[in-house]
Design a protein around this ligand. Structure first.
Ligand code: 26Q
Length: 839
């Protein structure tokens, strides 16, 4: 018999050998970093040391790719997208980077062979929590998609020394602790001191005219702060691209110190130095505006000024470039109005520093920027007092006035003599204290404005900006949010990912629509069993986390009902609480009541100054503790509020969820993105017709979602005719009983009126978010969930349908839409063997 040719033979079995040697190389890389970089003996190294050493080994590969990417982008003089965001909720980078470099399995076995516990090591990474919630996490998902889809892009933001506070519960109440996330070092960052920028603040404007009588204002007597870039590589999945996230840390400048030395001596100099470093010290923990805080305005301007300077520096590095092609090469996306001052700063650079005529400069600005709106809530729209602006950025205020004068002329042309129209379009709010409206500034300074879900965009045009919509037809567009399937399924739910790959192949993480291929297995008994077994295993794992973090025993056979998001009245965690109280009361009145056991899981941080939100947290914790300890109800009801909700905790909760609570008052949640993550992992939504829930319903079908409550029109109608919560209170015996119960001291016998803030908001406070109006419908929807869950086959089918049908919500789809319709950006693949390890 002829023997097989040698070539074919070696082609049959190269994998194990190659894998072995790759593992060997990787193992020695880890050991080298442990010893040479960290000066650690393997015997005494902690899990965190191993995490740093392994991260550095992965980083070696990522750096190769990063250099290649930047080289290709520069060689092509590529048009780039610059994402401007005050927030990036990156979470942990270790797992993501291992997956992106295809080194996960190698690292796992390398560490195992070194006698190390891989899970312990990956859990020792502190989250990079430089954001509050949805808006910050969206930025992180976008960076993942931009790199994965080979779009030349760069994220700009602030290198906060302290990210979002760490939350602890004492007596059920929230206590905040500083999040000193870099204290053990950050192996991913590269400090680029050579690209340090100077930023000026304060001072005054000298009104100077040149020889030709042109106004040439000079911004003088300013104070200077330095911005030092810290780069975090963001690696695409299954591709060569590694883009950058460039975060600015503030430092005081030498002049700053010198001036202080001369006037006040050493102590004064150190104090002044501290001011310079304060700017990037801490993330504001508010996800609605923080009014009038000078430091927040300084943060916004600081990072915008550094970033624009950096973009300009990079643009002019290429000799082919000039101001004439600036907006051909540069697209800037403003993540909400937080960086909207960029519109004014670019005008200042062009007009004051480059002597560009106003109209020409304005055209460049308009072509450069686009703005994403994330909220309709009027109290969340950013405004700055003109007085504060004048003090911190006097020249910028002048420019704003000039933009406004020209804007009002356009309004006059469109609606002659209509002062009401001018009042609403103006960049300045004149009633009471003069305020600068950042949203209006962002709208007029951008060529595109987008909402983040279809319903939100519709309301944006109809309710928030109807005048601008008719003044600038076509400027407003929708870009429904998305989430990266790499983090939110592939990485966080490895078992389900493996099952999916077994059924439909391995391409789904880069093309999430392929999940539709699972539909045909929705009624397949064997697949249902595998799918639900994985769900149960994930629930067992979460039960361990709940035990460890809350000390509560929960059964994986119960329905895991999850509400995880920032704490806000409009998100209505207190509606969930009222329903829990109703269930508890029903069980007390009838202990043999046949209900499917439920575990209500919460995760939420409240803004430190938001007393009502904190009161809701405390009420859930205290009432939950009573329920958990009540032997009369036989463990049928459990409440677990996991402390310190963050990205890495979300990754443990989401794969284990059966039910996803998306219960905001219709019209208030711009989009939501947790709703997408939970549905992708096979949780069924109980939700209102709000934000992206509307589109999730369209995708998964009416049979696979539990929609309840008032829709936007009904909310408007009810509020229009004068909503009175007392009517609902009087008309519904059970509702009345649980609200009275909440308001009594039953749950806090030693403390009078512990929950009076929540209680009062629902009745005397007028219940602004219509909790009482939606209660009965909500309770009925939960009864339907209970019935559906009893039918195991039906539930499995519904869960599978959710996973199969939410491919639309991949952030890849979102980013393709932005790239095509707003940024006019072309993908630029970077080729080469990037999984090659340095030897
Ligand atoms: C502004 C000024 C001063 C201090 C703080 C702020 C501030 C900070 C963060 C204002 C708002 C935020 C965050 C808002 C946010 O997360 N919005 C959410 O964005 C998601 C992504 O589009 C949507 O899915 C959510 O519906 C929306 O609430």
């Amino acid at each position: 018999m002829p023997s097989k040719p040698a070539v074919a033979k070696s082609a049959q079995s190269p994998a194990p050998a190659a894998q072995d040697s790759k593992e060997e190389i990787f193992r020695s890389l880890i050991q080298r970093h442990l010893v040479s970089t960290l000066a650690r003996h393997p015997e005494t190294a902690t899990p965190r040391d191993w995490w740093v050493a392994t991260s550095l080994a992965v980083r070696d590969t990522i750096h190769n790719r990063m250099i290649a990417t930047q080289t290709v982008h520069n060689q092509h003089n590529a048009r780039r997208l610059y994402y401007f965001s005050l927030e990036y909720l990156m979470g942990r980078l270790f797992g993501n980077n291992l997956i992106a470099t295809d080194l996960l399995e190698i690292a796992e076995s390398a560490l195992k062979s070194l006698g190390q516990d891989f899970d312990k090591i990956r859990n020792s990474e502190v989250d990079m929590g430089l954001g509050n919630g949805g808006l910050g996490r969206l930025a992180a998902c976008f960076l993942d998609s931009l790199a994965t889809l080979d779009y030349p892009a760069l994220g700009y933001g602030i290198y906060y020394e302290f990210g979002l506070f760490r939350q602890e519960f004492v007596n059920g109440g929230q206590i905040e602790h500083p999040d000193n996330w870099t204290i053990f070092g950050d192996p991913w960052e590269i400090v680029r001191a050579e690209y340090t920028q100077e930023v000026r603040f304060y001072g005054r404007v000298e009104n100077v005219f040149d020889d030709n009588g042109n106004y040439r204002p000079r911004w003088v007597d300013t104070k200077t702060i330095l911005g030092v870039p810290h780069d975090i590589p963001t690696a695409g999945y299954g591709t060569g691209t590694v883009n950058l996230l460039r975060l600015w840390a503030s430092k005081s400048s030498e002049d700053f110190d010198l001036a202080a030395f001369n006037s006040g001596g050493y102590v004064e100099a150190v104090r002044e130095k501290a001011i310079g470093e304060t700017v990037s010290k801490v993330l504001y923990p508010n996800d609605k505006t923080e009014t009038g805080k000078e430091l927040r305005l300084m943060q916004q301007y600081f990072f915008v000024a550094c970033s624009l300077r950096d973009i300009i520096r990079r643009h002019f590095r290429n000799k082919e470039n000039s101001w004439a092609n600036f907006s051909d090469k540069v697209a800037v996306q403003l993540n909400d109005t937080h960086p909207a001052i960029a519109v004014v700063e670019l005008m200042r650079i062009l007009v004051d520093e480059q002597n560009t005529p106003w109209d020409e400069a304005w055209a460049v600005v308009g072509k450069t920027f686009a703005y994403t709106n994330h909220t309709l809530l009027p109290e969340a729209l950013e405004k700055w007092s003109a007085g504060l602006f004048e003090r911190v950025l006097p020249r910028h205020l002048q420019i704003i006035y000039e933009i406004n004068t020209r804007l009002l002329k356009t309004v006059e042309t469109k609606w002659p003599g209509d002062n009401a129209k001018k009042r609403v379009c103006s960049l300045i709010e004149e009633s009471g204290q003069k305020m600068i409206r950042m949203a209006n500034l962002a709208v007029v300074g951008s060529h595109a404005v987008n909402g983040v879900a279809a319903l939100h965009t519709q309301l944006l045009k109809k309710d928030l900006f109807p005048e601008f919509d008719s003044l600038f037809p076509g400027k407003f567009q929708n870009k429904t949010n998305g989430i990266t399937p790499r983090r939110w399924l592939l990485k966080s739910n490895p078992k389900l990912s493996e099952l999916i790959t077994k059924k439909i192949g391995k391409d789904w993480p880069r093309n999430l629509d392929l999940l539709r291929g699972l539909e045909k297995f929705a009624d397949d008994a064997a697949f249902q069993k595998e799918f639900m077994t994985i769900k149960r295993e994930n629930k067992v794992a979460l039960a361990e986390v709940i035990k460890a973090d809350c000390g509560i025993d929960v059964s994986p056979d119960a329905i895991f009902d999850v509400q995880i998001k920032r704490l806000h009245e409009y998100k209505r965690q207190h509606l969930n609480l009222l329903h829990i109280l109703a269930l508890y009361r029903r069980l007390l009145q009838n202990p043999s009541l046949d209900v499917v056991p439920r575990v209500f899981v919460f995760g939420a941080k409240a803004a430190p100054g938001y007393d009502l939100a904190k009161n809701i947290i405390r009420a859930i914790n205290v009432i939950g503790a009573r329920i958990n300890a009540d032997s009369r109800i036989g463990g049928k009801l459990k409440v677990a509020f996991l402390p310190n909700y963050r990205v890495s905790l979300a990754e443990k909760i989401i794969p284990a969820a059966d039910v996803s609570e998306q219960i905001s008052t219709a019209g208030k949640e711009a989009s939501g993105t947790g709703n997408m993550k939970l549905a992708l992992n096979g949780a069924l939504t109980i939700g209102t017709l709000d934000g992206a829930n509307v589109e999730i319903k369209e995708e998964v079908g009416d049979d696979n979602i539990f929609i309840f409550g008032l829709n936007v029109d009904q909310v408007e109608e009810l509020q229009g005719k004068g909503y009175n919560p007392w009517n609902y209170y009087q008309a519904d015996e059970e509702l009345r009983a649980i609200i009275d119960w909440l308001g009594s001291d039953y749950f806090t016998p030693d403390e009078h009126g512990a929950f009076s803030l929540v209680h009062r908001s629902l009745l005397d406070g007028g219940d602004p978010y219509l909790v009482l109006a939606d209660f009965r419908a909500y309770s009925d929807a939960h009864a339907k969930i209970d019935a559906a869950y009893r039918d195991k086959k039906r539930w499995a089918r519904m869960a599978i349908m959710n996973t199969a049908r939410v491919g639309k919500f991949s952030s890849d789809r979102t980013i393709h839409e932005y790239a095509k319709q707003i940024w006019k950006l072309k993908a630029l693949p970077v080729s080469g063997n990037f999984t090659k390890l340095p030897s």
